[in-house]
Design a binder for this molecule. Structure first.
Ligand SMILES: O=P(O)(O)O[C@@H]1C[C@H](O)[C@@H](CO)O1
Ligand SMILES: Nc1nc2[nH]cnc2c(=O)[nH]1
Length: 328
């Protein structure tokens, strides 16, 4: 794991606190997508550390409709000793504006492993620049998270996929990046990671292997796939011509998130696993009836919540057992 250039101390109340040191601040400037400085995000991390009992090791981002599992009563069933912090109470955090994204950080333990779950993520189409959509990933890193599990709802473009399938993300195509929109755009702060991060091993090979083993153990291998994801800016779903173009370049599932989060996580040397829930069939023919809609996306999330919970819990346990020495 790349060192974050911060000392970790314990304050008088027994809470963890990160000490600021090092390079000068980069001034926030949304227009030029420079993002928040390292120091500003340390303030956010220190605020969270002053509130929580555990230091999370794994971060989970809940996709559309999947956060509902983590809500209220059912959250407590899975995340032990849950501590919920609404986004609006967290300094420098954006707020969730999309149905199916509740807007809370949930700290606690899954299978004894300290975790933080984002019950609601931020999307570009909500009006946030990409760096801001990914701000929580950097905060997670400062909190001590070394592994990111990102989940999302996506349209199935691969004709062999069915609604309700789970796609282990093998790779992505950064369509927004092709147009110059990247969460790392702007001055680089080496304390987070290098100016030119590699991306050929973005999705951890060992994690993907484990996920396929776990799928067998849970007897869900018939609904588990592995494929290539792409993120478009949204909020509209795709045209037939767009979908056919994406199919031609090798995309299996289409969504509106995850890619920029993964880039940010890999930039600061986190290990990454991502999972797409196929919530709808991409309509890639003019003869086909029906239209994509957000309600269907949320409904499929509800139907699959139990399987997702079991799958993600087992992955948290197994990824942690792997330790830090594996090939990324
Ligand atoms: O947050 P995710 O990527 O799971 O959400 C997807 C993309 C849109 O936000 C929404 C469309 O229904 O689902
Ligand atoms: N872009 C996109 N995002 C989605 N999220 C869930 N389904 C879809 C889809 O079909 N397209």
């Amino acid at each position: 794991m790349a060192p974050v250039n911060a000392d970790i101390n314990v304050n008088g109340n027994g809470a963890f606190i990160l000490a600021k040191k090092g390079l000068p601040e980069i001034v926030e400037n949304e227009k030029f997508t420079q993002g928040y400085s390292y120091e500003i995000l340390l303030d956010t991390a220190n605020f969270l550390l002053s509130k929580i009992k555990v230091r999370p090791r794994i971060g989970v981002i809940c996709g559309s409709g999947m956060g509902s599992y983590w809500k209220d009563g059912s959250l407590a069933e899975n995340i032990e000793d849950a501590e919920c912090i609404p986004y609006e109470d967290i300094p420098n955090f954006p707020v969730s504006t999309v149905e199916g994204h509740h807007g809370k950080l949930v700290f606690g333990k899954i299978e004894g492993v300290p975790v933080v779950a984002m019950q609601g993520r931020f999307h570009y189409y909500e009006g946030y620049p990409l760096w801001k959509c990914c701000l929580p990933v950097r905060v997670m890193k400062l909190l001590g998270v070394d592994t990111l599990i990102a989940t999302n709802a996506a349209g199935g473009l691969n004709p062999n996929y069915n609604i309700g399938d789970l796609m282990i993300v093998k790779d992505h195509i950064n369509m927004m990046g092709f147009a110059g929109n990247n969460p790392l755009h702007g001055p680089n702060d080496d304390r987070f990671g290098p100016r030119f991060p590699p991306m050929n091993k973005a999705y951890n090979y060992e994690f993907r292997k484990i996920a396929k083993e776990v799928a067998k153990e849970l007897e869900i291998e018939n609904i588990v796939r592995e494929g290539v994801y792409t993120c478009l800016g949204g909020p509209n779903f795709e045209t037939v011509a767009e979908l056919n173009m994406l199919k031609m370049v090798g995309v299996d599932a289409v969504g509106m998130s995850t890619v920029h989060e993964v880039i940010t996580a890999r930039h600061c040397d986190m290990n990454v696993f991502a999972l797409s829930l196929i919530t709808n069939e991409c309509i890639a023919s003019y003869d086909q009836s029906g239209e994509a809609n957000h309600e269907e996306v949320l409904d499929v999330g509800k139907v699959r919540q139990d399987i997702l919970r079991k799958f993600v819990s087992r992955l948290v346990e197994r990824f942690t057992q792997l330790g830090g020495s594996h090939e990324k």
